[in-house]
Design a protein around this ligand. Sequence first.
Ligand code: PLP
Length: 396
Amino acid sequence: MISDSIKELVEKSSVIRAMFEEGASLAKKYGPEHVYDFSLGNPNVEAPASVNESIKNILDSEKSTHIHGYMNNAGFPAVREKIAESLNKKYATTFSQDNIIMSVGAAGGMNSILKAILDPGDEVVVFAPFFGEYTSYVSNFGGKLVTVPPNPPEFKPDAEALSKVLTKKTKAVIINNPNNPTGVVYSEDDIKRLCVVLSDKAKEYGTDIALISDEPYRELVYDGGEVPFLTKYYPDTFICYSYSKSLSLPGERIGYIVIPDEMSESEKVRSAVTVATRILGFVNAPSLMQLAVAENVDAEVNVAAYDKNRKALYDGLTGLGFECVKPEGAFYLFLKSPIDDDKTFCDMAKNENILLVPGSAFGCSGYVRIAYCVAYETIINSMEGFKKLASTFGLS
Ligand code: PLP
């Protein structure tokens, strides 16, 4: 019954499901406090109380036909206007509601954008290591994923390497800043270098190359770091934002896309993304959540909780002799595996009840991802197991 194309995808996703189930069965066997599950990017910080309050107030005060009804596929105009105003205040931009399309999280946003711009055979460039789901998002529309090789140990985007993979068929380049899985934040200089390459190549080929900035972690930055707002640097930029991580709402499926006026054929692109949102079956982003996030556009993210985890994990692991780039954003740490085979290292960590994701799942073998959006105690208590692993490999 099922298509050949989905068979491989099912096979791959069962690896992640297996990890899920492994965590649950280890927790049953040893007790959850003795299992250190760093596998998933599911925020452990509570959603701000103001979000829950807003949801209750909206349900009590608004007409249900307004809350629950169909709407413009781009989302409620008043919600989009509020988001545009908030962005204008933060980034000195000049957006209006016309530049904003509400999306079903970042995943929904990315699919709507790719549906709107890809023809079969078009190439989409990503920097390894990258969020593994991009492979499926691009193949959903017959696109071909092209990878810029990893750039260790700092994992900054390499503009020269980018210029080597761009072709006449390149339709888009995806960047993810702050980055999953490395925790690296690309600076203004990093971005400027990439944008020069993109502009030059688009001119040379006489094509449009879109820059898609996937930004679910935009507010999760540490030590006063800043994430450049990309529409300022390159006109053909899509911003794909999500409240999944910043407001801890991944199950609610809410985010937005920004399409600036400066983009070539901006109005046509906005119509295309709006129609894509409808015909992919999303129809529109969840209505109650649109209204709730509009009341919380400036809600503060509890960065301090993740920062405490980041420091404990980074100091603990480097103190044991492990190597990694210091995370500056998001809630991931990308650890160099002491052996080339990252999967075997993950298996060995599992023997210590530590669950990690192999870097090969992100297109970068020899590393493992540690998601530290977990209880602080999980990090502290996992150190005994990491210590055993370090001594197995003669690190400490
Ligand atoms: N992009 C990146 C880089 C992510 O890490 C994630 C989720 O972990 C997503 C997109 C999907 O986010 P959402 O839950 O908003 O669809």
